[in-house]
Design a protein around this ligand. Structure first.
Ligand code: HEC
Ligand code: HEC
Ligand code: HEC
Ligand code: HEC
Ligand code: HEC
Length: 404
């Protein structure tokens, strides 16, 4: 070994040492930074931005009183501790109406009717109240069943009003309202339930027929309880209901639920409505109109009384009038689900190729379900129905003759 190579080696070891120690310092700094980042929660960053924003817009005195540290609204009655205001600090401040989120002043009118101290945030918005990072708080994470009903989810379900999903939560409290200002989709759906006569086949709030399942607590069913074999795309309760409303037979081949030819928006509105029908353990003062419930209007009661004393009384007594008018016997259907029975004699013949007698003795389709689940008729009563329908048809023929 000559002198030169030893010297070379020594200098090499020296630079080696330098590099190693520099690397050591770098690793230390990096770990420090990772720890710092890890232990500095997102919300601290938002709070410091909030203070800067307030200082810029409203002056240093206001900035000095901006709260710092974890913030929460605790509502004992609802058993909620919502920490959303840790980031959404501007909710109740004046003058931040145009600030970016999460700092913007909250739309005012809705909070006047629902003070934050009594309602928190998640009773309307959904989300995970006690979480303090954005993703978990907004609830778009696994194992959280109530994601925030906001823009992201609205986008996902292709709603034309991206923020409309929140109306589901409005209606868990407002279910007994005929109409709720600010819940347009739900109001539309309530109108459809009335106009289309869903109650002919479904019990809703304790009133209605039993051909289909009771819908009073439909919103408590979980996504796993539906059959998705025939549903295209993403599988969720919302997509199941929307597809089912658009065409019941496509989801449930043997169903007797009619296809009402709903538009996408109507189908979505109805999905939101039926999903809002959840049991809650809210104190009664949180449920507006809880004492009104769903009782028939005086006009409805009067009309039923009139019909039940007229020539078509049989069809009222036996609840046929829920779905059928019998025009010549002065029976008006509560909902036009089935055809006007004044034509039944000729109509059954032309539609089913059978006599009315044969049809009512051995019904098929919807009437088979109706007469085996909802209405029981003895053989005598079936004969009575046939006789009455013949009479109704005679009157119809006379009516036609006299018009000629
Ligand atoms: C860690 C901070 C943080 C927390 C905690 C937080 N948010 Fe947000 N939020 C944000 C930020 C940032 C935005 C704006 C960026 C965005 O929309 O993704 C936002 C946007 C929103 C929006 C508007 C966007 C939309 O999807 O409609 C709503 C509503 C909202 N938050 C509600 C809540 C509710 C309710 C809670 C409590 C359950 C909550 N946030 C908790 C940071 C937070
Ligand atoms: C009574 C129901 C209700 C309560 C309680 C409520 N909000 Fe809202 N919030 C609304 C409505 C309604 C809107 C307006 C949505 C729209 O523009 O369509 C809204 C809007 C917002 C927005 C703006 C969203 C956007 O898309 O522009 C944020 C953020 C927000 N709320 C956060 C909160 C926070 C945080 C709390 C609790 C301190 C809270 N809200 C409490 C009903 C409520
Ligand atoms: C936790 C239950 C609850 C939720 C959720 C809720 N509300 Fe309310 N709301 C109430 C109560 C209770 C009242 C007060 C009713 C009264 O004074 O008779 C009320 C009052 C109202 C009023 C005023 C009614 C009137 O006759 O003056 C409107 C409008 C309203 N809510 C709309 C909404 C909308 C829109 C939402 C969803 C964004 C919503 N509410 C969410 C319980 C709730
Ligand atoms: C002629 C009777 C009939 C009418 C009218 C009717 N349905 Fe149905 N509905 C059924 C039957 C039967 C089922 C069960 C089979 C199925 O899922 O289609 C059903 C199922 C449903 C379901 C799914 C329930 C579940 O959990 O599986 C919903 C939701 C529903 N109907 C809502 C409505 C609404 C809203 C209306 C009015 C727009 C309506 N129905 C009108 C007979 C009817
Ligand atoms: C829940 C709603 C519902 C009730 C209640 C109901 N029906 Fe029907 N009914 C229908 C529907 C829907 C049809 C159409 C059948 C089809 O297209 O399969 C129908 C068809 C008929 C037909 C054939 C009419 C035609 O013109 O083709 C007769 C007859 C009939 N029903 C008699 C009755 C009688 C009698 C009662 C009472 C004992 C009754 N229905 C109760 C829904 C109902």
């Amino acid at each position: 070994m000559d002198h030169k190579t030893i010297k070379d080696k020594l200098t090499f070891v020296k630079t080696d040492k330098l590099i190693v120690s520099l690397l050591g310092v770098a690793v230390l700094l990096l770990t420090g930074f990772i720890f710092y980042d890890y232990y500095t929660p997102e919300w601290k960053q938002y709070q410091s931005e909030f203070r800067d924003l307030v200082e810029e817009k409203l002056g240093p005195e206001r900035a000095a009183v901006a709260p710092s540290g974890l913030q929460q609204v605790y509502v004992k009655e609802l058993n909620k501790a919502d920490r959303c205001i840790t980031c959404h600090q501007g909710v109740e401040w004046k003058g931040l109406e145009n600030a970016p989120e999460p700092f913007r002043t909250h739309p005012k009118e809705i909070l006047e009717k629902h003070p934050i101290a009594q309602f928190g945030c998640t009773s309307c918005h959904g989300g995970q109240g006690y979480a303090t990072d954005m993703q978990p708080a907004h609830g778009l994470v696994e194992h959280w069943e109530e994601p925030m009903l906001g823009k992201e989810l609205g986008d996902f379900y292709v709603l034309s009003d991206k923020k409309a999903l929140m109306q589901m939560n409005c209606n868990t409290c407002h279910r007994y309202d005929k109409e709720t200002k600010g819940a347009g989709y739900i109001n539309r759906a309530k109108q459809l339930v009335h106009d289309k006569g869903c109650r002919a086949c479904h019990v809703i709030n304790g009133r209605g027929g039993t051909v289909g399942p009771d819908l009073t607590w439909e919103g408590d069913k979980s996504a796993e309880q539906f059959n998705y074999e025939r549903i295209k795309g993403f599988h969720s309760e919302f997509t199941w209901h929307t597809a089912h409303f658009k065409n019941p037979k496509e989801s449930v081949a043997e169903t007797v639920m009619p296809n009402f030819n709903f538009s996408s928006m109507d189908a979505q509105s109805l999905s939101m409505l039926v999903m809002s029908w959840k049991k809650t353990n809210l104190p009664i003062e949180y449920i507006p109109n809880h004492n009104v419930r769903d009782i028939p209007t005086p006009a409805e009661i009067e009309k039923e009384k009139q019909m039940s004393e007229g020539p078509g009384a049989f069809f009222v007594k036996k609840n046929c009038f829920v779905c059928h008018s019998v025009s010549t016997l002065e029976i008006d259907a509560a909902a036009q689900i089935g055809p006007d029975l004044a034509f039944a004699v000729e109509d059954v013949q032309s539609r089913f190729g059978r006599t009315l007698d044969d049809f009512l003795m051995r019904p098929t389709g919807t009437m088979e379900v109706v007469l085996s689940t909802m209405i029981t008729l003895t053989e005598e009563e079936r004969k009575e129905a046939i006789e009455k329908l013949r009479h109704a048809y005679e009157l119809k023929k006379q009516e036609r003759e006299s018009k000629k």
